[in-house]
Write a protein that binds this ligand. Structure first.
Ligand code: NAD
Length: 244
């Protein structure tokens, strides 16, 4: 039995499978992950630019990175990895999908029960007065930085390094992780906490961890039961076919 067939056999018997996805599942949609060479993250080190300290001290500079990310995500379309995960949900195998991505592509592919662990770029918030806005309500052509009615520079409602994870995302993820019997971990380096703790929590409760990645991660040695090597856009649809 190859590893994918082994994974399919485990999933067929599962009752509470969940998935944790990361930037790697959107790479085939043209959005670079943090580890890809070239592109956005070579220009803007996420450790510096995607931190709340940087946003607070130099919001105009951080908005330059945000505009480039918006440009990439606006035109991106879901790829076969997103569609395969949506299909696993409609086949009733996948009960919840926890994503670290902010690009909305899982929802566009048809996934319904999506927990956005790091927020979503379609909303903006004012860190001074707390007012919230739909990003689509602002004309950002010409890279005009959106301002709050109080005059403050708005921030996308995505979680920057150094910020708290939204309470609801944390509690819903903990709920699903505590009862999961299988966790699909796809396209994440599994180094950004607390998201990286989700498969570990589930494993403590006896869940099997099935990891899809183009290279081994920190989780592979210590927490993964089955490692499926290859691009998620190729391997996840093959898994769906085996489960049909
Ligand atoms: P990461 O960049 O740290 O890791 C990406 C992982 O995906 C790597 O392990 C890489 O080997 C793997 N990968 C790359 N291409 C793949 C493919 N085609 N198929 C399968 N695996 C592939 O990303 P992360 O673990 O998600 O953590 C970084 C943070 O960056 C997250 O918080 C996320 O919110 C944010 N981020 C989001 C986006 C997005 O929304 N699309 C893009 C970049 C970064």
């Amino acid at each position: 039995m190859d590893r994918l067939e082994e994974a399919a056999a485990i999933i067929r018997k599962s009752r509470n499978m969940i998935a944790l996805t990361g930037a790697g599942v959107s790479v085939e949609s043209g959005i670079p992950d943090f580890r890809s060479a070239g592109g956005l993250w070579d220009k803007y080190d996420p450790a510096i630019y995607a931190s709340i300290q940087s946003f607070n001290s130099m919001p105009e500079t951080v908005w330059k990175m945000i505009f480039e990310m918006i440009e990439l995500t606006e035109t991106a379309k879901p790829n076969s990895a997103h569609y395969a995960l949506a299909e696993l949900e409609s086949m009733n195998f996948l009960k919840a999908l926890i994503t670290q991505n902010i690009d909305n592509l899982h929802q566009e592919a048809g996934s319904k029960n999506v927990i956005e662990f790091h927020g979503n770029a379609s909303h903006l918030q004012c860190l001074r007065c707390g007012k919230e806005y739909e990003a689509s309500g602002f004309d950002m052509s010409g890279k005009k930085i959106p301002l709050c009615s109080c005059g403050n520079i708005l921030k996308p409602s995505v979680i920057f390094f150094g910020e708290m994870i939204p309470h609801e995302a944390l509690s819903r993820s903990a709920f699903y992780a505590s009862r999961a019997d299988v966790v699909i971990v796809a396209g994440t380096s599994a180094v950004v906490y607390p998201a990286a703790a989700i498969p570990q929590q589930a494993r403590v409760n006896g869940a099997k961890i099935i990891e899809f990645n183009i290279e081994e991660t920190g989780l592979t040695e210590t927490g993964t039961d089955i490692f499926i090597h290859g691009s998620a856009g190729r391997t996840l649809p093959r898994l769906v076919e085996l489960l049909k």
